[in-house]
Design a protein around this ligand. Structure first.
Ligand SMILES: [Zn+2]
Ligand SMILES: [Zn+2]
Length: 173
């Protein structure tokens, strides 16, 4: 009898623990979104307030290294105009995505990176760390860790390949 009771109590504690973790995560997501609203790291990088080496700079976008590379090569193509994410774009903004994509492809080609070994895509809210649109360019895919393959998982709710993102915008009313 007491063993059964203890088991029940144990399960209850586990549920309470899980609930506490869930509540903490929600608050953490909320607080980090608040601080992202106050200042935008990528806007600071683009304006030169936060010095970063640009691999490419045009009138419309910059390309620089990701500070937490997911493979041997990991770059971000970031439009100069602040937009939160793909979700904030409309059908008329597909050109923005095309510009980032072609810029990233051209740049990776200058590094001698094979296009069939690259992963190009966007994170989807709320799974974005910096709320300023950025295209990830990662290569080679085969050198990505299990965790990174999960974080940058094509066709998932949190990551869209560049073609998926275009399709998403095309279908937006
Ligand atoms: Zn910004
Ligand atoms: Zn990202």
């Amino acid at each position: 009898m007491t063993i059964v009771k203890n088991k029940k109590r144990c399960r209850k504690l586990i549920y309470i623990g899980l609930l506490a973790v869930a509540v903490f995560l929600v608050f953490w997501a909320y607080l980090s979104s608040q601080s992202a609203m106050a200042t935008c790291i990528f806007c600071d990088i683009i304006s030169g307030k936060s010095p970063t080496k640009f691999e490419v700079e045009t009138d419309d976008y910059v390309i620089f290294k990701d500070i937490k590379p997911a493979s041997d090569h990991h770059y971000l193509a970031v439009p100069k105009r602040h937009t939160e994410s793909v979700v904030a774009l409309t059908k008329n903004d597909i050109e923005v995505v095309n510009t980032l994509e072609s810029g990233m492809r051209k740049f990776l080609a200058t590094k001698g990176i094979e296009s069939n070994e690259t992963l190009l895509g966007f994170h989807m809210p709320p799974f974005i760390t910096v709320k300023h649109l950025h295209l990830h360019g990662i290569a080679p895919r085969s050198n990505m860790s299990f965790l990174m393959r999960f974080i940058f998982k094509p066709h998932s709710a949190w990551f869209k390949l560049v073609d998926e993102a275009k399709e998403y915008l095309q279908n937006k009313s």
